[in-house]
Design a protein around this ligand. Structure first.
Ligand code: AMP
Ligand code: MG
Length: 320
């Protein structure tokens, strides 16, 4: 995790590259991007390694403006994001084909983050690169009346990706140890049990063939303020604004504590968390694209073999 250069500075350092991991710091800040270099070599540490949550890390030291593992500039990042599209699309299509031919694998991308952390942008720019027919997207808001009649995992189970699908959760069952904890929607004795329940649930989901990738996006309070101001200024963004977003800002320390414990207690080998700094939208989108590409690649799915005699079918077609 990239650390903050120093804590509690009123004016955030504008050159966060300094705060990166030592390996990426080897690249001089003003170095020209090497045009000859393949853009993916600019990952000095693979996203999976640079972002994977390490239990006990102090979340308050995360620098939201940093770009862990990435030694390139914004333009390089945008170039790699574009270059990933065909790869990501092909991997997702292999997954879809696998599902269509009796396979049981699926992928679930869980996105958590406070308002304006860029969850929607990730869905548009990273997930948006694949065939929408193979995506099962679900956003989780305040539970509806019907949802409240069931236990909190009911709506989540119903939204799990079917074999062959890429499931995307915009917020998730983890709200049960976030908003539910911060807003005291349940007494301590019940919400504290959720850590264990969430882990048991995810172990079950993973055992059924779903590869789980959990991404927590972190936007700094200053950047969040800017993004909320934009939502207020622009008529095309008013629909995204909710007056309660300001209430959440007033509870940031409580959310920080809740996120810290969520990461520490629900990051497991079968459902690891990745903590992604999100002040630089291009970085967060690139990082999640890398995580998703890596996850799909790790399934190592071949195209399903033909279930018919290819030559005979060619002959039939020719004669038709
Ligand atoms: P948005 O993502 O902006 O559409 O907002 C969704 C809202 O639903 C957020 O304020 C969440 O905190 C809230 N929310 C999501 N899950 C729960 C839950 N289980 N209980 C209460 N509120 C929730
Ligand atoms: Mg909102």
């Amino acid at each position: 995790m990239a650390k903050k250069p120093e804590k509690a500075k009123p004016e955030k350092a504008k050159r966060p590259e300094k705060a990166q991991r030592p390996d990426s710091a080897k690249q001089p800040e003003n170095a020209k991007p090497d045009k000859a270099a393949k853009p993916d070599t600019l990952w000095k540490t693979p996203a999976d390694e640079a972002l994977r949550w390490v239990r006990g890390t102090d979340l308050s030291t995360l620098d939201e403006t940093s770009t862990p593992g990435w030694a390139g500039k914004r333009a390089d990042g945008e170039a790699l994001l574009a270059a990933r599209a065909p790869q990501l699309a092909e991997l997702q299509e292999r997954l879809f084909a696998h599902g269509r031919t009796g396979g049981d694998r699926s992928v679930l991308l869980v996105l958590q983050g406070l308002d304006t952390s860029g969850k929607g942008g990730i869905v548009r720019h990273a997930v948006g690169m694949v065939d929408p027919q193979g995506v099962q997207h679900r956003g989780f808001g305040v539970p509806t009346e019907e949802e409240r009649e069931h236990d909190y995992l009911w709506r989540v189970r119903n939204a799990l990706p079917r074999p062959g699908y890429l499931g995307v959760f915009d917020r998730s069952h983890h709200e049960q140890v976030l908003v539910v904890r911060v807003d005291r929607l349940e007494p301590v004795r019940t919400w504290r049990k959720h850590f264990r329940e969430l882990n048991d649930f995810e172990a079950e989901v993973a055992a059924s063939g779903t590869l789980i990738v959990k991404v927590a996006l972190f936007v700094s309070p200053d950047e969040q303020k800017k993004r909320l101001a934009e939502r207020l200024d622009r008529p095309d963004k008013h629909w995204k604004y909710n007056p309660s977003d300001i209430d959440v800002r007033e509870k940031l320390p409580q959310y920080l504590a809740a996120y810290q414990e969520m990461l520490d207690r629900t990051s497991t080998p079968v459902a690891p968390w990745y903590a992604v700094p999100a002040d630089r939208k291009w970085y967060a989108r690139l990082a999640v694209t890398e995580l998703l590409t890596g996850a799909l690649r790790s399934l190592d799915l071949d195209w399903p073999p033909a279930t018919f005699d290819i030559e005979a079918e060619k002959a039939r077609l020719a004669a038709s």
